[in-house]
Ligand binder design. Structure first.
Ligand SMILES: [Zn+2]
Ligand SMILES: [Zn+2]
Length: 312
């Protein structure tokens, strides 16, 4: 190892230690969460929600990650940091019963989740690598398989939510980027158009959004994505490379107006330093987005710190 190489190794080892320390303050999205009303039912992880669904509450629950119960008729959700287990039905106020729920012994007092303990269920701490336990809920529980609903309303709701989240990310990016995007002009569009249409100084302009996420979050959100090694790793490369390649191959309907790509992430999915390192490592495929791909420019946007960390 040359001096330069060993210095680089040391820097990345220190960064990994710091990242590991940060992760211990956050919930582990690998955990298997059960519905506290249906102890046999595995809840499903859902990525970021828009804030508007929570319009009538005072907490800033914008962009939380949470689990929801797939059992028909059950409105139970679990969010580890602010809400705990709670009920939410479309068009209704959130109903919380957090007072009775056990919490972990950390700053912010995260809500414990109902997890597998032996043959039964017990409250467990959701923070990464914390083995703190709460009360036992049941000594023995039979697992219950719930099929995913295929009703059109659920699919429609999902599409609406996706649009709301995209607009939310875009407006945050727009206010950070100093591009003179005309106020009130951004609108959602569906494929084959890019995600957002707007005007910049009166000229039509498109933006496509892509979220940079961790391998294991990607897997939880979409369990069909199988990876070869089943080890526990925070390797972000695969979803990152897949994201870039899929965007580079896209063909958009743009009415001859330019399209920019906004790659965004927040702290739950990576620190700015780790994302920057990814971008450097894969700079060649990033460059292909603009040279042979459909994009005019590429931006990398840190949603948590509201900063553009890279632009081509
Ligand atoms: Zn349930
Ligand atoms: Zn804990």
């Amino acid at each position: 190892m040359s001096g330069e190489e060993s210095a680089e190794y040391l820097v990345s080892a220190i960064e990994e230690l710091m990242a590991e320390k940060l992760r211990k303050q956050d919930p582990d999205y690998q955990i298997t969460v059960y519905c506290d009303k249906h102890l046999g039912v595995n809840m499903r992880l859902e990525a970021s929600w828009g804030s508007m669904e929570y319009g009538d509450t005072s907490v800033d629950v914008n962009r939380l990650i949470e689990w929801c119960c797939p059992k028909p008729g059950c409105h139970r959700h679990y969010e580890p940091t602010i809400l705990g287990y709670y009920d939410r039905e479309l068009g209704r106020r959130l109903r919380r019963d957090a007072k009775r729920q056990p919490r972990g012994n950390h700053s912010g007092r995260p809500f414990m989740y109902v997890g597998k303990v032996g043959d039964g269920r017990g409250y467990l701490c959701p923070l990464y690598k914390c083995d703190e336990r709460g009360p036992v809920v049941a000594e023995s529980v039979v697992d219950e398989e719930v099929r995913l609903p295929t009703d059109p309303l659920a699919i429609l709701k999902k599409a609406e939510r996706k649009r709301a989240i995209e607009m939310d990310v875009f407006l945050s990016f727009a206010s950070t980027s100093k591009l003179s995007i005309d106020a009130g002009s951004p609108e959602n569009r569906d494929p084959d158009y890019p995600d957002i249409m707007c005007t910049i100084s009166g000229q039509k302009y498109w933006f496509e959004l892509g979220q940079i996420i961790h391998e294991e979050v990607a897997e939880k959100v979409n369990p069909k994505r199988r990876t070869l090694d089943d080890g526990f790793s925070y390797d972000q490369d695969r979803p990152f490379v897949n994201l870039i390649v899929s965007k580079a191959e896209k063909k958009y309907e743009t009415d001859c107006a330019p399209v920019d790509l906004v790659l965004h992430f927040d702290l739950r999915f990576g620190t700015a330093a780790s994302v920057l390192r990814l971008c450097e490592k894969h700079s060649a495929i990033l460059a292909a987005l603009t040279s042979t791909g459909p994009f005019e420019r590429v931006w990398v946007f840190d949603e948590f710190n509201k900063t553009v960390i890279l632009s081509s």
